[in-house]
Write a protein that binds this ligand. Structure first.
Ligand SMILES: [Zn+2]
Length: 54
């Protein structure tokens, strides 16, 4: 019985929207997705900052 070990397994798959299916994180779309998410986060943070300053 090693249920804890199974839960600790790293998630190596992600849901790829362009392909509409799960892929390994080595899939090229994963990098593109991460980059887009980072840009969106950054833009949101900048917008929040500007709102506070005004
Ligand atoms: Zn894909």
């Amino acid at each position: 019985m090693s249920k804890i070990g199974d839960q600790k397994k790293k998630i190596i798959h992600f849901f790829c929207r362009p392909c509409a299916e799960y892929h390994l994180k080595t899939h090229p779309h994963y990098r593109a997705m991460k980059r887009r998410a980072a840009l969106r986060r950054k833009a949101k943070a900048t917008a929040a900052k500007e709102t506070v300053q005004q």
